[in-house]
Design a protein around this ligand. Structure first.
Ligand code: UD1
Ligand code: CA
Length: 509
């Protein structure tokens, strides 16, 4: 359908998505004028996700899906309005937890389609240009937004929107761009009504930059007489085209515009994001022994020269210094590791800090704000909960340290247990510098072991131990010679000399 006198201009921009640098990702150097506001559509029911929880709340590299578009615009300095409805409270609190200020919410009480979600925001339209984006798109880069904005302004467009080549069968549910001469329209997959969906048409990404004037004048043209009985935001393209307004398209890569409708699509998008994160770290000098086995969250940082083993999970706000080694199958969740730390295999560290040159594991568990000093050593099957260990302190085997303040160069013997809970409340244990806790000691909190003090192996210690003292708290050993013969009614081969039971505890520890 070609109309020679049509004023409609369809402008397509193809561009190669560059591997963006950190500077670009943070939005530095990008000029987005303050005549732009963003609307994120996040009220949908997530029917295809089928988990009972909105897809927008699903964590992707540790961050809820809906936070990605909100953070993208927030970091570009663009005012953000989010349309919420289904599981509204949870979605708003996920956003508020990540973005400190400035998100406005509009309620869509009934989910009547993406066009209807947009119409719900009418009272909020206050900038010259409005960018609308589906809330389920976590992979859109800042460059796409700035390119779209630049193209839109330069071409004086009424609507500019992002499209992508359609070379992946997983895009079957996407809207298709049907272009014929100067006519352009989006057909929703559901509108093909049983006909084969043309595979060679590009897909609609779900990002639209629209001038406020056009929206105000034409939004009422949206209808819901379609297969789903919904208002489709995508109909605005055909409406603009028929009204002879400028419509521009920007072509991005399929991977950058992936939306999430199903759990399979969530996995695909997360793999893409994770690969981007891992590649950026490799460029920054971090060695991953088997990167395909690592899990890494968005806000993790890792210093150069660090080596990450197979199956390591780096979660939350974990920060790892330079020249560290994290051996296989360790999980670090919001852990801070200074430089030159070694974490041996199968350890779990959460919400704790490990200072330089310390060794952790194998099979260690550190949690609840534990603080491990420089050159300290927390060995196998040791749990450290809400405790601090000073410089060079060692707890190498089979130990529980809970609610303890432990000084420097302390030696915690194998099997030491701190009894921090009296059945009702938790109490603190203080162990001062250079103390030596004998193996299998049981320290009943609250208790203080002063500097240079010793506890004897196998002791139950429930009174404070003065500096440089030895505390022994165990049953005295009794030897009953020949007892086995008495029990079995047999005779000893040689006469037995009976010794008196020890009356003094041995001095060893
Ligand atoms: C939409 C587009 C399709 C495009 C695809 C890209 C429409 C009609 N179709 O389809 O052309 O190829 O995105 O991923 O827009 N939402 C609301 N309120 C509603 C319905 C949806 O806020 O009443 C929100 C959803 O929470 C979601 C977003 O809008 O974040 C998009 O909705 P979704 O159902 O995922 O649209 P698609 O079918 O993927
Ligand atoms: Ca979608």
């Amino acid at each position: 359908m070609l109309h020679n006198n049509m004023r409609t201009i369809i402008i397509s921009f193809n561009f190669f998505i560059l591997l963006f640098t950190n500077t670009f990702a943070k939005g530095e150097g990008i000029v987005i004028h303050n005549n732009l506001q963003a609307i994120i559509l996040a009220a949908g029911k997530s029917t295809r996700f089928n988990t009972g929880t909105s897809k927008l709340l699903a964590p992707l590299c540790g961050q809820a899906v809906v936070v990605y578009p909100a953070r993208l615009f927030h970091e570009l300095g663009v005012e953000v309005t989010v349309v919420t409805g289904h599981q509204k409270e949870d979605i708003e609190s996920a956003l508020n937890a990540q973005i400190e200020s400035g998100i406005q919410y509009v309620h869509q009480a009934e989910q009547r389609g993406t066009g209807h979600a947009l119409l719900c925001t009418k009272d909020m339209w206050n900038k010259e240009h409005i960018i609308i984006m589906n809330g389920d798109m976590p992979l859109v880069s800042p460059e796409i937004i700035t390119k779209l904005y630049t193209m839109h302004i330069e071409n004086n467009a009424a609507i500019s929107f992002v499209i992508a080549p359609n070379d992946d069968p997983s895009f079957a549910s996407y809207g298709r761009i049907v272009q014929d001469g100067s006519s352009i329209k989006i057909f929703e997959a559901s509108e093909f009504r049983g006909l084969p969906i043309p595979q060679d048409y590009p897909v609609n990404a779900g990002v639209y930059l629209i001038t406020k004037d056009f929206l105000v004048n034409y939004c009422n043209a949206l209808q819901h007489n379609n297969a789903k009985n919904e208002f489709y935001i995508t109909d605005l393209i055909g409406i603009a085209n028929e009204a002879d307004k400028n419509v521009c398209t920007l072509t991005a890569s399929c991977d950058d515009i992936r939306g999430i409708n199903t759990l399979q699509e969530l996995v695909t998008a997360e793999q893409i994001k994770r690969t981007q994160l891992l590649n950026n770290f490799m460029k920054a000098g971090v060695r991953f022994m088997m990167p395909e086995t690592n899990v890494i969250d968005l806000d993790v940082t890792i210093g150069r020269g660090t080596v990450i083993g197979a199956g390591v999970h780096l979660l939350g706000k974990t920060k790892i210094g330079e020249q560290c080694t994290i051996h296989p199958y360790t999980i670090l969740d919001t852990a801070t590791l200074e430089d030159n730390v070694t974490v041996h295999p199968h350890s779990v560290v959460s919400h704790s800090i490990i200072h330089a040159h310390a060794h952790i594991g194998p099979y260690a568990h550190l949690h609840l704000e534990s603080d491990i000093g420089k050159h300290a050593y927390v060995g196998n099957f040791v749990e450290v909960k809400k405790s601090s260990l000073g410089v060079g302190t060692k707890a190498k085997h089979l130990t529980y340290l809970g609610d303890a303040i432990i000084g420097s160069r302390v030696n915690i013997g194998a099997g030491t247990i701190i009894c921090n809970h009296d059945g009702k409340r938790k109490h603190t244990t203080t162990i001062k510098d250079n103390a030596y806790i004998g193996s299998n000691s049981t320290l009943i909190a609250p208790i203080t072991i002063e500097e240079n003090a010793y506890t004897a192996a196998g002791s139950t210690i429930n009174k404070n131990v003065p500096a440089s003292a030895l505390a022994i708290g165990r049953a005295l050993q009794v030897i009953k010679e020949g007892y086995a013969h008495k029990l079995r009614g047999t005779q000893p081969a040689t006469p037995v000399t009976h010794t008196k039971p020890a009356t003094k505890a041995p001095e060893d520890v």
